[in-house]
Design a protein around this ligand. Sequence first.
Ligand code: MSK
Length: 628
Amino acid sequence: MAKDTRTIEELSPWEDARRMLAKAKDEGIATVWDRLAEQTPHCTFCDQGLTCNKCVMGPCRVNPKGPKRQLGVCGADGDLTVARNFGRFVAAGAASHSDHGRDLLEALESVGQGTAPGYAVRDADKLVRLCAEVGIETKGLDAPDQAKALAEHFFEDFGTRRPALSLLSRAPKKRREIWDAARSTPRGIDRECVEMLHRTHMGVDCDPVSICLHAARTALADGWGGSMIGTELSDILFGTPRPATVEANLGVLRADSVNILVHGHSPVVSEMILAAARDPEMVAKAKAVGAAGINVAGLCCTGNEVLMRQGVPLAGNHLMTELALVTGAVEMVVADYQCVMPSLVQIASCYHTRFVSTSEKARFPGGTHLEFTLENARDKAHEAVELAIEAFTRRDAGRVDIPSVPVSLRTGYSNEAVLEALGGSAEPLLAAIKIGLVRGVVGIVGCNNPKLPHDGILTGLAKELIRQDILVVVTGCATVAMGKAGLMTTEGLEQAGVGLAEFCSRFDLPPVLHVGSCVDNSRILALCGLLADALGVDIADLPVAASAPEWYSEKAAAIGLYAVASGIMTHLGLPPNILGSELVTGLALEGLEDVFGATFVVEPDPVKAAEAISRRITAKRLALGLND
Ligand code: MSK
């Protein structure tokens, strides 16, 4: 297999990653970087979004400026081809988040029905608050009945018969009017995704702009619908996060313990695995085979979910998932869905590691499939932990290398926790923004991408922003990067500007606040809605921005688009596959400003990206009559 020609030092700045990259090389184990090298250079048509395989008159490669092949067989030009591809790309991301949200909805309904042993309502106050917010009368209803009523209500948001999603009420009135004017108000989550598939079938919507606007509508159905429902119901079922200090990096693995990594996105499986691993009977079984105990650690967004709520250490982000197995110290990876590289099955087979898939909709040939349902999850979790204990007996101590000492980071900043930390309202943050102590707020979200230096843009951008007195909130795989860079403890304030440091010190906050997993970007939307309402303005008027510097996934494209469509300028470290259309690219980088009051900015250099974001924040501050 071809090898990446970049040095290990160029691939990742972290000691734990570099040690494992070297070990993988020594042991002949191919990683994502090796496969990228083998796939490079990529097809230039695909790279620009100019291939179409949506019917069997093709596949077509459209060459808008070429001497021939300017149109696909059906007559689609480059703009239409790019728009169709991008529309489906966004719909897949929105569908993924929203199907995750639906799983939480089914869990809530089952809890209400008493058919999900081991699951419960853990934040009864939030359940009552959510019911009140959507107009459910809770007087006389006990928690199970409230759970059933709320589930029933939100199931309707996935359907086809509402004119608008219920949680859109969290957006300012002016924003909702902008959506109505652009015919982008999301109606039903499933409806918008399905309609995108319909529109992009051959011979349906042939207007690239119309398709792009429907992509925005689909993305909004994710942000203010599927993801937001997923976040809120996860809090109800597993507890609303509260601030805590936890550990991260591969050093959280323990040489003397049974190590289980939970991976994917949904807390429904990982919470049960954690409960089983903490069961004294299971711990006794682990000790009986010579282990000191059972150590559960997280990867990617499932890791974020259990980090936020249960203080479970985070072993790594997207590009660390393969390297975690290379330690030789992992007994089991338990995966639910999304962002789980199929290569993990192959790498696990090079060690004693068991790869366990758990979802009926995410099977991994070669792994062990233990299908979790709401009815059997408690039993299956115990079965999985027993398999991990058995794997420990097969561990080859000679191949174990756990690099690095773990770093500490602060987590748990749900909106409720932020407001509590500020003394009960957003007023202190607004006051700090008004006098310029905090110049603005930026959400840095999303993934890693092996095309970019691991965590390099994420941390470079965050350092520049906090230096310029801009508060950063972070989700998903960006979290581990910020933690490793020392930005998620109050010691990180040494790297912040004077104003931000003063504000954070006053409220005992780090300069980078961890607000959760990918679906929890909806917390940022809700917070923006709250701040805008408090100031009597639209979200687009706020000194805020978003960034997904090292994004890779369809979900990240949906997140970026719902942020832009909500009025939040969004930076990307690399573009989506749209550059084959000047029309669609122009819309993304400029035209959406006229529709939604925000656009995308693409910039791989973190310092230049911070400059662009800072300029936007300055412009918004001046427009609000504040200092720059
Ligand atoms: S897991 S979508 S690599 S953040 Fe949410 Fe990480 Fe991106 Fe997957």
